[in-house]
Design a binder for this molecule. Sequence first.
Ligand SMILES: Cc1ncc(COP(=O)(O)O)c(C=O)c1O
Length: 451
Amino acid sequence: MVINVSRPQIVVEPPGPKAKEWIEKDKQLLSTSLTRTAPLVPAETWYVWVKDVDGNIYLDFGSGIAVVNVGHRHPKVVEAIKKTVDILDHTNSCDFYHYLQVMYAERITKLTPGNFRKRVFFGNSGTEAVECALKAVKWHARTRPYIIGFVPGFHGRTMGSLSFTTTKLTARRGFFPMMPGAVHVPFPNTYRPPFKGIKEDEVVEAVLSYIEDYLFKYVVPPDEVAAVLIEPILGAGGVVVAPDEFLQKLYKITREHGIYFIADEVQTGFARTGKMWAIEYSGVVPDVMTVSKAIANGLPMGVCITRAELLEWDPDCHENTLGANPIVVSAALAVLDVIEEERLADNAAKMGAYLMKRLRELQDKYDPIGDVRGRGLMIGVEFVKDRRTKEPYVKFRNIVIEEAFKRGLIILGAGISALRIQPPLVIKEEHIDIAIEIMDQALKAAMERCK
Ligand SMILES: Cc1ncc(COP(=O)(O)O)c(C=O)c1O
């Protein structure tokens, strides 16, 4: 069913009576580890709209955490799913073969950077894609027990990927020990330099020097490092772009020491940043890429793409039951078609530039907006109590999310005090104008409430 509106419509203050009922039951039944941003209980979705069980219609600038890149229930994706469901369900892709899986592997290996031969492993989530990457580099680099990750990175919540997830202590507390050999290095955040006293333009060299002059000299022999694992743009960590120069120099270090470079594009992938992959901005060609989230527009799938040699290992050393389900893979193939046919990378770049310009206008108006940053339609807005000290303004950020939601705009938080603005890549200027109008009101309300 199509949701035919041109603006959000709030008919009852959320949570409405039906939403309240479900939320009450949810509170009794579901894991309390789930962090809830707003009392949203969706009933229908379409394009850029989400309708809740009480009839409220929201403009979705979260995309289910950067998932519905081609828009909710894109007709081509729905058609592909229906077609497959009518003829195929599950047979299992470890014991038997599957043509859709092969078709997808053919396409994704051509679409990812690098002219070398590649192989693909199919799982069901981002964390599984990362687990596969970690296991593949470990299996091949047996005399190299260390893997370097960046803080605050997010790579998933299973024990291997969790070893490199450092966005919040709550994600890690109580779970030690995780995978041994995880080494943590500060992410090159130019807005908040990781070392006290250094300037924005000194961040790249400072972090590289930490690796080369400290880590590699005193802590971890570089010839014992199997891989580096990095998000080209921090997602959950607050939408922080790694400077291209940093990625290029880090890559050079990996080449010097025979270290694999793993780019985690679970959040940045599938045209989100204005290019198919965020790593393309730097020109770095990773040995391994992990992708998921937008891959099948909401159906569970996560894929690890590597230099062929890395997925040439012993039969049975890595498999799963549900990976490469035909219905899910047919949706993923349709997603690739839509991204190409509708030139969504270009639209993300164009709309992203417009959205960034409009957000900077809000920054001129509201002092608590310390920084607006990002690439394409992966944008972070960070709130501070004081633009000079950059003290995080968590309360203000949370109120902005709440007030925007009350007015029909879905936005998510990230990092300590940032918003993560990630609408579907099919949005138009008119949707951005509505979002900015609502954010303006939400910011005004937050200024009042924080007086
Ligand atoms: C960069 C990155 N890697 C891995 C993951 C884990 O993905 P999933 O939640 O599907 O396990 C996420 C999830 O947010 C992510 O952003």
